[in-house]
Design a protein. Structure first.
Length: 330
């Protein structure tokens, strides 16, 4: 009876698993995913690729947070995880070797009512980390001193995404209030240097993803409105991508000379920066929340979302295999 009950509970947990974010390790061999159960699953992607498996399982799973983990980011040889109970800092060497490892540090911000807010997104620039929070603010953390150095307050609702613009001092934040704020992290932290509104004036939408390309020349964002691309030097909209109005864009990623968008449909869209459609690639997910590229192997892309499956694409457009989050620690 008890064995059957445990199996039934495990099956339910797996059925309702949602993967919010993911990160490749600095060496490119491992992939860490975070889910709605506060777990970090670690996959040896290089091994799965070499063995030509169709459905890989995790090396181990770490119970990392009490609640959902909405964001993962790599800083040097550390992995940071953000959820409803703050930000935890892990050593990648620990994460990849044991399910019983412990964080090196825990970073928590409380407001004046001592209320915790979820960390929805993080971005790193050298030793500084920027955390987009459910209280509508972005917090600038000094990772060496484990303290908040600045707070960016310009949104009227919670922050979905933050991204640092390469080769600049500019931070990008996207919010439920329908705006994208551009901040100068050196000279003007009290207010954004520009507030962008990707949607139409009459459209009360939300922006849930934003990122810059590797040179910092272009920024892509999306949400309830059609995804679009901004020219960052002039801070003007360059192109709006012809995605169905029924689709919520939940992830955007620049990969080489391509822009990849995904969201509330079981497919990834590949575009040129000027908005020309290149390819549409099927996915195992009904909703995709995260796209990440392997920096050690630029042709490997991972997509995750509303199921325990994580799709691994090679050559950007070909789905090679899937990984599945199953709690093999039990």
């Amino acid at each position: 009876g008890r064995v059957e009950l445990n199996k039934a509970m495990e099956a339910l947990i797996q059925f309702y698993t949602v993967v919010y974010d993911q990160q490749f390790s600095p060496c490119g061999q491992y992939l860490a995913t975070s889910d709605n159960y506060g777990r970090i699953a670690v996959f040896n992607v290089a091994r799965a690729q070499n063995l030509n498996v169709e459905n890989g399982t995790p090396s181990h799973i770490i119970k990392a947070h009490k609640g959902p983990i909405y964001s993962l980011i790599t800083s040097g040889q550390s992995l940071l995880s953000g959820g409803t109970d703050g930000i935890k800092v892990w050593a990648w060497s620990d994460i990849t070797s044991s399910s019983t490892c412990h964080p090196k540090a825990t970073l928590v911000v409380k407001d004046v009512q001592q209320q915790d807010y979820e960390i929805n997104s993080m971005a790193v620039n050298n030793d500084m980390m920027y955390a987009g929070s459910g209280d509508g603010r972005v917090y600038e953390w000094d990772l060496q001193q484990s303290c908040v150095k600045a707070t960016y307050s310009g949104h009227q609702d919670y922050v979905h995404a933050v991204s640092f613009r390469p080769s600049s001092n500019q931070l990008i934040s996207a919010s439920e209030d329908g705006s994208v704020c551009v901040w100068d992290t050196v000279s003007a932290k009290d207010k954004p240097i520009k507030t962008l509104h990707p949607g139409a004036k009459e459209e009360k939408g939300f922006v849930c993803c934003a990122t810059c390309n590797s040179t910092g020349d272009w920024m892509a964002c999306g949400g309830s409105m059609s995804p679009c691309v901004y020219h960052m030097s002039s801070l003007t909209k360059a192109v709006t991508l012809p995605v169905s109005s029924k689709v919520v864009t939940q992830a955007v990623l620049f990969e080489g000379d391509r822009l990849i968008t995904a969201g509330s449909e079981p497919s990834l869209h590949h575009w040129s920066v000027n908005g020309a459609a290149i390819a549409t690639v099927p996915s195992s997910q009904l909703h995709i929340f995260s796209l990440v590229a392997n920096k050690k192997n630029q042709k490997v892309l991972s997509a995750a979302g509303s199921s325990p499956k994580v799709d691994i694409y090679t050559n950007c457009g070909y789905k090679a295999f899937s990984l599945t989050i199953t709690d093999i620690n039990k």
